[in-house]
Design a binder for this molecule. Structure first.
Ligand SMILES: *[C@@H]1O[C@H](CO)[C@@H](O)[C@H](O)[C@H]1NC(C)=O
Ligand SMILES: *[C@@H]1O[C@H](CO)[C@@H](O)[C@H](O)[C@H]1NC(C)=O
Ligand SMILES: *[C@@H]1O[C@H](CO)[C@@H](O)[C@H](O)[C@H]1NC(C)=O
Ligand SMILES: *[C@@H]1O[C@H](CO)[C@@H](O)[C@H](O)[C@H]1NC(C)=O
Ligand SMILES: *[C@@H]1O[C@H](CO)[C@@H](O)[C@H](O)[C@H]1NC(C)=O
Length: 461
């Protein structure tokens, strides 16, 4: 709410210009130049490389939470992977090493009032991408990308909770955070995604075992819907509370959940050759149509009603990122997905015409379905969304992800993150958690969702 009011106040001062970011999808140079332009704008929200600032923290940090900075690191690694432009590599390495936390698994003590499993996973995805894309390794006395991804995964595996609802990860890590009683899809989907990719990279079957097990748990809860019980099949719902033994589902569909699970299935198909995973990837793609209008991506649960919050404004970047990456693991997806990514990339670039301080004529709005008109909003999420969808247009020429057996250069540590960080942190003395802290916790799902139901009844079924 506060965010919308802020936007309305600022938009009045802004003048849209007509200098859209023109992108010719047939020309890699044109795509790279558009991406460079949008990335430059996105960095307006990052001052962590300046003297006296904290590496890995976006600005303002109480609007753009810690998880988003992790998402940005993954996005900047993609930027380098797709364009070859290393302008931001030093920033990425510095931030990703600064935020590792004392147990090298992205559990920094500063974030204990907000960090959920899904938040942590976004930093893990960035580390995993760095390993898969051969992003330059950290100095040898520092933790390495693969080991960091393993650290995140191991710490989450230890949090698997059999006490309620026959398994699953809770949303929150710490008992004192709002949402500790919620088992949400993004946390479980993040664990599955990271596990699938670690399995592909290392061949260690412990990861694939857990990816399958966690998938089965989501399906058993009907968070991945099943035709017989909750048609149509393959919709991905947001989560469920342990307070009623997970009998009530929060029925909202978010685009990033779809990206995470579709990508995991594509990776698992590639690594196992099992047709079951192909069916899962294809099934989810079929249901993902809800996130497109005339092939142009939209955040269906909140964009039409204009009430996406700050987190939700950035989810399209994740659907874009994981759809494109999936076509490398499962080439059969390519002809299906490509027309949607292309239409979305053109539409996204065309509306990046906003002029605000520091962003002359290339501030991107949120709505891509406007026929090239800037919707008058701007922000870190909008800018990252536009960057990631434009980058997908370079996937054809991009290198295939590597594995330890085939081209990988990142060193792992199978026991990273098993040191029980949760316990040691729980024993620390923290200040009381204020309402402000609670409201800010994590990638927003859960409680606040009740308010969104009015606008999304049509997806409830
Ligand atoms: C921080 O990074 C930005 C790029 O986003 C760059 O323009 C700026 O010069 C860097 N500042 C310092 C102090 O390195
Ligand atoms: C934690 O916060 C303190 C105080 O703002 C800051 O000095 C420190 O660099 C932060 N550490 C991390 C890992 O963000
Ligand atoms: C495989 O992964 C598991 C879980 O992290 C770990 O305990 C085990 O040591 C790994 N096995 C090998 C051979 O690396
Ligand atoms: C949840 O399940 C447990 C074990 O079956 C049972 O003891 C408890 O009463 C149930 N709680 C609710 C709210 O239904
Ligand atoms: C599996 O993925 C790798 C990495 O992208 C790719 O090189 C390979 O062709 C894929 N295998 C199949 C059968 O598509």
């Amino acid at each position: 709410m506060r965010f919308r009011a802020l936007l309305a106040a600022t938009t009045a001062l802004l003048t849209p210009t007509t200098t859209a970011i023109d992108v010719n999808l047939d020309s890699p140079d044109s795509i790279k130049s558009a991406a460079s332009n949008i990335a430059h704008g996105m960095m307006t929200w990052y001052i962590g490389n300046q003297t006296g600032q904290t590496p890995g923290i976006l600005t303002p940090p109480d609007v753009y939470y810690w998880w988003m900075a992790g998402a940005m690191m993954g996005n900047l690694i993609d930027y380098w992977y797709y364009t070859g432009d290393s302008s931001y590599n030093a920033i990425v390495t510095e931030a990703m090493l600064f935020q590792v936390g004392p147990t090298y698994d992205y559990m920094p003590p500063n974030q204990t009032k907000t960090e959920g499993n899904d938040d942590q996973a976004f930093w893990g995805f960035a580390a995993m991408s760095a390993a898969e894309y051969r992003f330059p390794n950290p100095p040898s006395d520092q933790p390495q990308w693969l080991a960091l991804a393993q650290g995140v995964w191991n710490s989450q595996q230890l949090r698997w909770d059999n006490e309620y609802c026959n398994g699953g990860l809770r949303w929150q890590i710490f008992t004192w955070n709002n949402g500790y009683d919620y088992k949400n899809t993004p946390s479980n989907a993040g664990f599955i995604n990271l596990g699938a990719r670690l399995y592909a990279y290392t061949g260690n079957e412990t990861y694939s075992h857990w990816a399958s097990k966690a998938w089965d748990w989501l399906a058993a809860q009907n968070l991945i819907t099943n035709d017989q019980v909750n048609p149509p099949a393959w919709r991905i719902l947001d989560g469920t509370y342990i307070t009623d033994n997970c009998t009530t589902l929060t029925p909202i569909q978010w685009s990033y959940n779809v990206g995470l699970l579709l990508n995991a299935a594509a990776v698992m198909w590639n690594a196992t050759g099992h047709p079951m995973w192909e069916e899962r990837a294809m099934g989810i793609w079929g249901a993902a149509i809800v996130f497109f209008r005339n092939k142009i991506m939209l955040e269906a649960a909140c964009e039409p009603a204009g009430n996406c919050n700050t987190d939700q404004l950035s989810f399209k970047a994740q659907l874009s990122r994981f759809l494109a990456a999936s076509t490398k693991w499962m080439p059969a997806l390519s002809p299906l997905v490509t027309p949607y990514l292309a239409a979305s990339a053109s539409a996204a670039a065309a509306q990046c015409t906003g002029t605000i301080a520091g962003l002359v004529g290339n501030a991107c709005g949120f709505e891509w379905t406007t026929g090239g008109r800037w919707d008058g909003t701007y922000g870190f999420g909008q800018q990252m969304d536009a960057l990631e969808i434009v980058l997908t247009q370079l996937i054809g020429d991009a290198a295939h992800p590597v594995t330890a057996a085939k081209g990988g250069i990142s060193k792992g540590d199978p026991s990273a993150g098993t040191g029980g960080d949760d316990g040691s942190l729980t024993n620390r003395v923290w200040g009381p958690v204020t309402m402000g802290d609670k409201a800010g916790a994590g990638v927003l799902t859960g409680v606040v969702l009740i308010g969104w139901l009015g606008g999304t009844w049509w997806m409830v079924k």
